[in-house]
Ligand binder design. Structure first.
Ligand SMILES: [Zn+2]
Length: 113
């Protein structure tokens, strides 16, 4: 696979951001790591255990319209507060990208008002 290192990547992505998508309107959707407690085991959904597990999963958020996985993710993600398990890296990227492809909200000004 060709790894295009020529692409200019801003060096200042916020910590924890693992992917960033540009929306139709020019805003960004960030996918970031998110540590949370869940009953799902390391196997991922639908396997639940009897105890809480602390996992390093993911969330995404749109800075144009405030959508997140909790409002605009696939069904079971919405039901899980917008949290994606460590096994759902592909799903979080897909949901964030699909939102970016539909979202027409403009980016907010950098400084308030
Ligand atoms: Zn949006």
């Amino acid at each position: 696979m060709l790894n295009n290192t020529q692409t200019t990547q801003p060096a200042d992505w916020p910590e924890g951001v693992i992917a960033r998508y540009l929306t139709v309107g020019g805003a960004t959707v960030d996918v970031r790591t998110h540590r949370f407690t869940t009953r799902y085991t390391g196997q991922g959904r639908p396997y639940v255990g009897n105890e809480d597990y602390e996992v390093d999963g993911f969330t995404w958020a749109c800075f144009g319209c405030d959508a997140t996985g909790a409002t605009d993710g696939r069904n079971y993600i919405r039901l899980d507060y917008g949290r994606y398990l460590p096994t759902e890296r592909g799903e979080v990227r897909q949901d964030a990208q699909e939102h970016a492809e539909r979202c027409r909200a403009l980016p907010r000004p950098e400084v308030g008002e």
